[in-house]
Design a binder for this molecule. Sequence first.
Ligand code: NAD
Length: 297
Amino acid sequence: MQDFKDKAAFVTGGASGIGLATARALARRGARLILADIDATAAAEAAAGLRGEGADAMGLPLNVADEADWARAGEAAAAFGEVRLVFSNAGVGGGSGAFETYDPEVWRWTYAVNAHAHLYACRTFLGAMKASGEPCHLALTSSLVAIVPPPISVAYISSKFATLGIAMALRNELADTNVGISVLCPGMSATNIVATTARLRPVDAEQGQAAQTARNMTGVLAAGMSPDKIGEFVARAIQAGDFFIFTHPEWKEMAQAQFAEIVGAFGASADPDYAGDDIAGLVAANGARRMNVAVGR
Ligand SMILES: NC(=O)c1ccc[n+]([C@@H]2O[C@H](COP(=O)([O-])OP(=O)(O)OC[C@H]3O[C@@H](n4cnc5c(N)ncnc54)[C@H](O)[C@@H]3O)[C@@H](O)[C@H]2O)c1
């Protein structure tokens, strides 16, 4: 998707951080913005800010984890304009005590916001985007922690793996359609995510090790990349048709080491006598037009 002029763009988590910065970058290119966020006041204020900069924008209350809320948001968005670009970006972080101490409610909430919401976004908009036949785009926010997991929150990291997985699988499905897809994988960025997460958490505040990690993250993130830079990279990548959006070059070496380990593991445990899976047959059986990597057999 190259031309954003007068196109309606729906951004979740649009009231703050990477969502708002990307909205601003899209607005600079002429898009009309729907800033959907669980924080209705912040969304309204952010939209007013964009209008002050000359853009057409509206704030919209939406809890991305609530399927029923999406129906209402979809209707409100349709009244604003036919949505051609969806940035499914809202996310929450959280500290990292030992995995066995996770509160199941926090676990479910993290997955609901960071992963399940992408399905709701697609159920709300993707069908109409396909039916329009016009250039459209879907972007999901994952993280570089889904490429190289550092020793922080298992819930957060694995939910970002889910997002990466959704994007990679959906990429096959959207191949050769009018809907492009990207997955944003940033490193650290100076946003409000630690404070937002603490505010929205469904149970009592984190304690002990988890609280300590969250405090440490605040410092690490404060030194991270400006969200404005990331927003500009996202807009450029969508225009260029890039699938992976890796904003932080210092992670490349770690990614190489990680993938070298994975590829290297096709050794002792890989059966040299096996004839091989018929992946080409699998693709054909599912009517998929293509895969994004060459099929081995
Ligand atoms: N900040 C980083 O270092 C970093 C790095 C990699 C990925 N990310 C990802 O970037 C995305 C944006 O986060 P950010 O860093 O800009 O944080 P942020 O807290 O500044 O912005 C996130 C926004 O999402 C909203 N939100 C949270 N839960 C919601 C819900 N249930 N429904 C609707 N809106 C909700 C918040 O109110 C907030 O406005 C997240 O998916 C995050 O995981 C952030």
